[in-house]
Each structure stands twice: as C-alpha cells, then as structure tokens.
Design a binder for this molecule. Structure first.
Ligand SMILES: Cc1ncc(C[n+]2csc(CCOP(=O)(O)OP(=O)(O)O)c2C)c(N)n1
Length: 389
C-alpha cells in the first residue's frame, strides 16, 4: 500500500520482518511506537481504547492460550483424535474476533479457536469435534460462527455467498450500526494458493461484498514456507483483485484490532471488501500429527518466541498502568479454572449412538439416507445378536 516495490519471498528472505508496510503499535517489549505512515489511519482507534478494553483484551489472550494448551494436552493423553494448536496466533485471532459485532458472521478454517472464543462458542464444543463425538460441535447460527472447515480455502466461497446474501437482505450500508452487518473469512497463507480462495476474491470484489478476508500468515503451510507459496505477499495481491490489502503485525493485538475494526466498519457501510494479512507465526506443530523439526530450524522458532503476543501486551499494560498485579494473579486463577472445566467436561462427553451420523446430512428427510440408516442399524445390530460387543 505504502510502497512501490514488491519483495518476492525467497529462501534468503527474512521471514521475521514484516517490512515497512506493516501496521504495528507496540514493540516487542510493549512500548507504544510513534505514529508513522503505516499505522496513522488506525491510530485513533487505539487511542480511544480504555484501560478496561485493554484488560478485557488481555484476558481473552490468556484464556485462549490456556484453552489451546489444554486441547493439546488432552490430545497427547488420548482424549482427542487431533488438535491444531494456535500457539503464537492468539493476538491475530483475538484482535480479529473482537472487531466483530453480534450481527456479523465469521467463517473459520480449523485453527480459529480464539475467534470462536470471542464469538462466545464454548471451548468444550470445539473439543467435542476433535474428540469425534459430533459432526461439527455447535449451532452456527447461535453465535454467527460457522462450523470449522477442514478443506483448505472452501470457506472463502461460503463466506462470499453469505456476504452477498447480506447485501440482498438489505443489512449493509443502512446507516444503522446495530443493523449493518458484514462477514469475516479466515484462512492461512497456504489457503491463498487454493482455487476457491481466488474465486472468492473475484466474486467479492465485483459484487462489492461486505467481506473481510483475514489471512493468518503463520509462515508455513504444514512444511511449505512462504517462498514456495507465492511471489507476491497476500496483502499486495488484494490490489490485483480490486480492493485494499493491509499487512498488520499479527502478534500485536492492538494493531490487529484497529485494522480489523476499520475494515469491518468499511464493509458494513457498503464500501466493499478488504484483505488483512496478519503477519504472525505458528510456534507449535501444524497439528499433533506433525513434527516441525523435520522442516524448520529451532533458531527461527526462538526469534518468533521473543515476539510473543501475550508478553508484549502485558508489557504495554504495565507501562501504561492499565492493570495492577492482582489482575494478573486473578487471571491466572481464572485460566486454571477454565482448563479444569474443559478437561472435566471433555472427558464426560458421552459417546454418540453411531446411527446419529445420518441425522443432519440434509435438512429434510431423504429416502437414500433413510435406507442407509436402516442398513447401518441392521449391521450394528448383527454384532449384538452374535454376542459380540
Ligand atoms: C483442499 C485441501 N488440500 C490439502 C489439504 C491438506 N492440508 C491440511 S492443512 C494444510 C496446510 C494449510 O496451511 P495454511 O493455509 O497456511 O494454514 P495453517 O494450517 O498454517 O493455519 C494442508 C495442505 C486440505 N485439508 N484441503
């Protein structure tokens, strides 16, 4: 946006440096950075934030990290089949999630536990999906948070269609902030290579859809680094589709919130899509089935660990006097309680009757599904008859 040159990613490119276009408000130690060309359009949003806003944002960061750690531990103890950790991406997700209003709609991939948290989805429901006791885990329309999508990029098309539907329902640009709505769609850097993603950007652009594409560039698509995924970074590619792209420091929750809020305000008021590239890092493994030591160096991980989003926000709060030590102690206790509840409720989740997998395939009853259900029920019953279990 602010620069003429394009830096094509290469093996030699420093993946820890987001470049001068990146919107950032707080340095690694939590010091407020001066206003500059990149962050100027968003500076007022950060200025308007109160101590209470800062505390509540920090609380989300800490609780989301704790929930994620519990998910990881439960998988390792055999309670979940899989867990995709968001470690390191808390600020990107909390900043984005908090920019949504109740009437907005979010379309996640499979790692957006922090956005789910901000939408009010109970973490136990996320675990239920990864425990395999349900086929999704929550009612999308209860929190305007769509089910997780494992097929990379697919949710971008769902999101675009939904955003275009909002236009047709007349809930965009009405001038009523309680009515105006928009969509936020999430994918990773790897997702930007998918056909679905690119088709969605074309449609959203020409339809001027109320949609914010939120890309968490955590530098790796499993084992594929950025330089094997694109020559031009995601935020710069938005311009080719005909709408603005912004790169934000994904480990700076204030910056992410400000950029996401501005983009959602623009979308709700009928100014069309924005692409946000949150420049961040996946500190853990891709999922619990992956071994990142096979493809990336410990030195790289160490550099990013220093950019920890929670450490940074805590530094900012202490410098500004936004919280006293009791706040931090009580939050630790709250995190412990949350972890204990998640663990307890996860372990107590009943196994579903296998036949329920046919229940929600279609909204209406379907003769083929009915036949398959009957066939499966008979098959299940045959084991009991033979005296097996
Ligand atoms: C269409 C499709 N192709 C391949 C996969 C296998 N796959 C699962 S995750 C992943 C990488 C995704 O990387 P990215 O979009 O950067 O997201 P991240 O996992 O880093 O958050 C791939 C290729 C898939 N799930 N769907």
């Amino acid at each position: 946006m602010h620069h003429e040159t394009t830096v094509a990613p290469s093996m030699e490119h420093d993946i820890t440096d987001g470049g001068p276009d990146m919107v950032q408000f707080v340095d690694g130690d939590g010091n407020r950075l001066p206003t500059c060309e990149a962050n100027e359009p968003y500076a007022q949003i950060v200025e308007d934030m109160t101590s209470e806003d800062a505390r509540s944002m920090y609380r989300d960061l800490v609780l989301v990290r704790r929930m994620d750690a519990e998910g990881h531990a439960l998988q390792r103890q055999g309670e979940l089949g899989l867990w995709p950790s968001l470690l390191g991406q808390e600020a990107a997700q909390v900043g984005a999630g908090r920019a949504l209003r109740p009437q907005d709609y979010a379309f996640p991939g499979y790692r957006e536990h922090g956005v789910a948290w901000c939408r009010g989805v109970d973490p136990v429901n996320l675990l239920g999906m990864f425990r395999g006791v349900n086929h999704g885990g929550w009612d999308s329309n209860q929190n305007n948070f769509h089910l997780y999508t494992i097929v990379i990029g697919n949710q971008m098309l769902h999101a675009t269609g939904y955003a275009m539907g909002m236009q047709r329902d007349g809930v965009v640009g009405t001038g009523n902030p309680d009515r105006d709505a928009a969509v936020m769609a999430f994918t990773g850097d790897g997702g930007t290579a998918q056909g679905d993603y690119n088709e969605a950007l074309v449609f959203a652009s020409v339809a001027n859809a109320p949609l914010v594409f939120f890309i968490q560039n955590n530098q790796w698509a499993i084992s594929e680094p950025n330089y094997k995924q694109f020559r031009i970074p995601p935020y710069q590619r938005a311009r080719g589709f005909g709408f603005p792209g912004v790169r934000v420091d994904g480990n700076d929750v204030l910056a992410v919130y400000a950029v996401a809020k501005a983009a959602m305000d623009a979308a709700r008021t009928g100014q069309g899509p924005t692409l946000i590239e949150a420049f961040t890092y996946r500190l853990g493994a891709h999922t619990t089935s992956d071994d990142p030591t096979k493809y990336r160096s410990a030195a790289e991980v160490d550099i990013w660990r220093e950019k920890d989003p929670i450490k940074r926000m805590r530094g900012f709060m202490e410098t500004k006097g936004h919280a006293d030590p009791t706040f931090f102690t009580e939050l630790e206790e709250e995190a412990d309680e949350l972890a204990a509840r998640i663990r307890r409720e996860c372990q107590q989740m009943p196994d579903p009757e296998p036949v329920t997998m046919f229940d929600k395939v279609y909204v209406d009853q379907h003769p083929v599904i009915d036949a398959e259900r009957e066939q499966f029920a008979a098959y299940q019953a045959s084991f009991v008859q033979e005296g097996g279990n």
